[in-house]
Design a protein around this ligand. Structure first.
Ligand code: SF4
Length: 359
């Protein structure tokens, strides 16, 4: 198993909570999430919609939408700085310069009535002493770096004049123009078609290698995880239910939810004589298998069962799961899972298979 190189911790998140007021006690959409991201590392946060991954990302930048708030037990340090204690000006500097974020749908993040060059230049001007002309030059240079042909002309265009893939490149240019240490990318390829998705992932990988930044990638797509991550955090019900180096998760996921996500991943099956790594010959590709699904859906906030939050959907649940909430059990080096089976059947927990129903 390849473990990530131990290097300086860049982001340290401990017991993060995001809560919303209710008639009774606050409802926790993110409940005690702890993880770190090291310099230069790519960590993927995975789960279905509603599991709390996007709110976790927004909380890192203190952008939780009202009436939500970051809960009192949360601790959040970036490069050793207590982010939750920052006043508004240093927080603004941190957000633009050191930590940047890109979203799923660039049209909602870009200003439709300003040229893309202006919008990138404005980010430069807001955080540096660069002149207007220099900031514009930075914007054009950045557009070229993210692979936009004829960047001078493109910089003068408005978002609606660009394709979806190009708009996402503009968002990446805007996020990276100040050379941040950490890029948080929330489902950056979900709104794009498959070919463009691959190009944007490749661009993110290239930019990460070129700049040495760390990447926190939020996705529901395990294909993206396999391509990009060194470490994976699987979220369910506002909690991390499994964390593992990427190869450990794909080889032997220990939590039934992670197993369900893996079983739901489309794969090509290639007949004997070919290998998965070889160039695929269409004549040797078998009929695709029916995909497994995870039974049920993510409950509404406040409606998760007692004990294990995944219990209502878990095909392996038994009495203990209703009575006790599982802690994160150690499965292997840097590999932990929030499932009692890890403790109950330690010799078997690496072989659990078959969560979910056949579609
Ligand atoms: Fe399933 Fe129980 Fe494990 Fe929860 S603790 S994932 S219900 S087996």
């Amino acid at each position: 198993m390849t473990l990530p190189l131990v290097s300086t911790v860049l982001l340290d998140v401990q017991s993060l909570q995001v809560e919303f007021p209710s008639q009774g006690p606050p409802l926790r959409a993110v409940d005690g999430v702890s993880f770190t991201v090291a310099n230069g590392e790519t960590v993927c946060l995975v789960g279905e919609s509603g599991c709390g991954k996007s709110l976790t990302a927004l909380a890192l930048l203190r952008l939780v939408p009202e009436p939500g708030r970051i809960g009192p037990s949360s601790r959040l340090h970036f490069e050793g700085v207590d982010v939750l204690a920052l006043a508004s000006e240093p927080l603004r500097q941190l957000r633009g310069r050191r930590m940047a974020m890109i979203f799923q749908e660039p049209m909602t993040a870009l200003n439709p009535v300003r040229t893309v060059g202006d919008q990138i230049a404005e980010v430069v001007r807001a955080h540096t002493q660069r002149s207007k002309r220099e900031a514009w030059q930075d914007a054009v240079k950045m557009l070229a770096l993210v692979g936009i042909a004829d960047p001078d002309a493109r910089a003068r265009q408005y978002p609606h004049e660009l394709s979806g893939g190009m708009r996402q490149r503009v968002m990446i240019a805007m996020a990276l123009v100040l050379d941040p240490q950490l890029l948080i990318a929330d489902e950056p390829t979900t709104a794009l078609d498959v070919t463009i998705q691959a190009q944007i992932l490749e661009l993110l990988r290239e930019m990460r290698e070129r700049t040495g930044m760390a990447l926190l990638l939020i996705t529901h797509d395990l294909g993206v995880v396999a391509e990009m991550a060194s470490r994976v955090l699987v979220m369910y019900g506002g909690r991390i239910v499994e964390e593992a180096p990427v190869d450990a998760l794909f080889a032997h996921a220990a939590h039934p939810y992670s197993q369900g996500l893996l079983a739901a991943m489309p794969r090509l099956h290639v007949s004997s004589g070919s290998t998965a790594d070889a160039e695929v010959d269409v004549d040797t590709v078998d009929e695709p298998e029916r995909l497994a699904t995870i039974g049920g859906s993510v409950p509404a906030l406040g409606s998760f069962p007692t004990g294990c939050a995944f219990r209502d959907r878990c095909p392996l649940a038994w009495e203990r799961c209703a009575k006790e909430e599982p802690p994160l059990y150690q499965v292997g080096p840097a590999h932990r899972a929030r499932c009692h089976l890890v403790q109950e059947r330690p010799s078997e927990n690496l072989k659990l298979t078959g969560a979910g129903d056949q579609a």
